[in-house]
Design a protein around this ligand. Structure first.
Ligand SMILES: C[S@@+](CC[C@H](N)C(=O)[O-])C[C@H]1O[C@@H](n2cnc3c(N)ncnc32)[C@H](O)[C@@H]1O
Length: 254
């Protein structure tokens, strides 16, 4: 019987996140134009990435990215002068990121690997970066324990997890539960079955604090995203509290 992560891998092997034809249109895949389009759309939709990563503060440091996807953030680490190492569950992500690095003239040690075991020694990295990845894995707590292990003392985890009580998840609940006559279904159940790969989880800030309790310092900021605001009339947007956003931006120091 396949494990959950086999199903997660099968889902993401269909194509790295942020590269679907709705974004890239008819542009030749893996061309410079194609990567530029992927990058443009990514930072238009998720500008908060720069505030969390602060790529240029980490030049010269050794960074590990978990879940490189199409390699857009990975490229920013390289441009900032970091020593880059990247993992992903899928060959599609590793091949796409490798092609991107070749095209732009950078190097990274990329490996297809399940981050529930990280193939590096203790206290090896200055930074571990992971944006929108760990909540897809079967046992996120195992990945966080591994991140803690491979970080140097004083090293930082930077990244993002989904927030459960958010507008984006509420809209999925309306679609999959309320409008189908099943209002008893929980947000967690809807996420697990209908949000990207099977088994997707989402959290609240206090649950994140618990998951990162081994870290010395922990910070969690809620971010409102276009995915939350989409479909609501524009005049309503300023009235939504920030706390209804669907991203939990995390900074945790070992
Ligand atoms: C939503 S995409 C995010 C990719 C990229 N970080 C981004 O923001 O575009 C999730 C990625 O996480 C990878 N992934 C999921 N579980 C993983 C695991 N246990 N170990 C390594 N990568 C994993 C998937 O293969 C996929 O490429």
């Amino acid at each position: 019987m396949s494990t959950l992560n086999d199903q997660v891998r099968a889902f993401w092997e269909q194509g790295p996140c942020g590269t679907n034809p709705g974004i890239t249109g008819t542009i030749e895949p893996l061309s410079r134009d194609w990567f530029e389009q992927v990058e443009r759309v990514r930072y238009e939709r998720e500008p908060m990435i720069h505030g969390v990563a602060q790529f240029t503060r980490h030049g010269g440091q050794r960074i590990l990215e978990i879940g490189v996807g199409a390699g857009t953030d990975h490229l920013q680490w390289a441009r900032a002068g970091a020593e880059c190492h990247g993992l992903d569950l899928t060959q599609a992500a590793i091949d796409t990121t490798a092609a991107r690095f070749k095209l732009y003239g950078f190097e990274s040690n990329l490996q297809r690997h399940d981050a529930e075991t990280i193939p590096f020694p203790d206290a090896h990295f200055d930074v571990v970066w992971s944006w929108g990845v760990i909540h897809h894995s079967e046992t996120p707590e195992r990945i966080v324990a591994e991140i803690h292990r491979v970080l140097k003392p004083g090293g930082q985890f930077l990244g993002m997890f989904y927030k459960r009580r958010s507008l984006a998840v509420f809209k999925e609940w309306l679609k999959w539960a309320a409008l189908r006559g099943k209002p008893w279904r929980s947000f967690a159940d809807v996420l697990w079955h209908h949000f990207e790969s099977v088994g997707t989880k989402a959290y609240e800030p206090h649950e994140m604090a618990r998951m990162f309790q081994a870290f010395g310092q922990f910070r969690c900021d809620i971010a409102m995203t276009p995915y939350d605001l989409q479909h609501f009339p524009r005049w309503l947007h300023p009235w939504f509290p920030q706390g209804w956003g669907s991203f939990l931006d995390i900074t945790a120091t070992k």
